[in-house]
Write a protein that binds this ligand. Sequence first.
Ligand code: KG4
Ligand code: ZN
Length: 337
Amino acid sequence: MTVILGIESSCDETAAAIIMNGKLLANVVVEQEVHKKWGGVVPELASRAHQQNIVPVIDQTLALAGIKANDIDGVAFTRGPGLLGSLLVGASFAKAFALALGKPLLEVNHMQAHILSHFIEDSIKRDRPEFPFLCLTVSGGHTQLVRVDDFKTFSIIGQTIDDAAGETFDKTAKILGLPYPGGPLVDKLAKEGNSKAFKFPIAQIPGMDFSFSGLKTAILYFVRDELKKDSTFLEKQMANICASVQYTIVKTLLDRVEMAMKQTGINQIALAGGVSANTELRASIQELGKKNNWSVFIPPIEYCTDNAAMIAMNGYLKFLENNFVGQNIAPSARLQL
Ligand code: KG4
Ligand code: ZN
């Protein structure tokens, strides 16, 4: 029996999970409310909240899994990328816990973990991608199109040269005066709107990379100019703006996916990261998949946004290979895929 504890603290969720023999037993995520009033994640406040949350979150996870600390065989933690102060809390806890238990320590790359969230096993049976597949990882800080050849071989074939897709959703929400995190709210409001109401630019950059900063600026100027003409513009057009922006972000992403699928000849596409919770992205990629005869893999929402089940999963795979790290390991804010 192999029991792995996974710890995630890269941004503003404090999370822990237990995987036993590859199967998920408990998955706890605590979101930090403190950032709401600032309209974005404040790194220093995130570190402090992790420090307060980490012990109760781990206690709760062990209780839910019916596991005692001594039953744990390995402790996996997010090494990066992420906010350094936040990563330090999870890493320090993991090191201390592993040392106290006399059990091995496993470091996990957050972006690899998002991709491997497709292999989390719980009580529901789902289809999994087979190697090789392409994965569109879209989160608050990253937008990457990745070729996955096995559990350890990842190659980036396209990525954002400026803002991430999630960041674009969040900044749009901010321009519209909506609270943080804006992505889910834009998604919700877009359901009532017309996606063709306004036309926003789709960045035309060469190759397979993405760019979103022009779109963000276009939205900002557009809203500012319209508000000058009519101060009630936002109230009247909120849903239409959300739907039009969402349409543009999804189209920017899927144009590149289509190009990459053609170029690589791979016919399996997976989504990962917080933005894969987006209703329009999920529906559109399914539609595109049907049209092109691809197999499309979308994780359940709880495995799309930041969680520790994916960290424990990745840690479990490393445990099977005796791929441990020592106590001198340090987190890294800019860890590459
Ligand atoms: O992967 P994630 O939980 O954290 C990072 O590693 O960044 O992604 C968070 C991002 C945020 O930008 C959030 O606004 C976005 O995912 N997001 C969404 C939706 N749910 C979360 N964006 C659009 N539509 C959603 N339904
Ligand atoms: Zn993430």
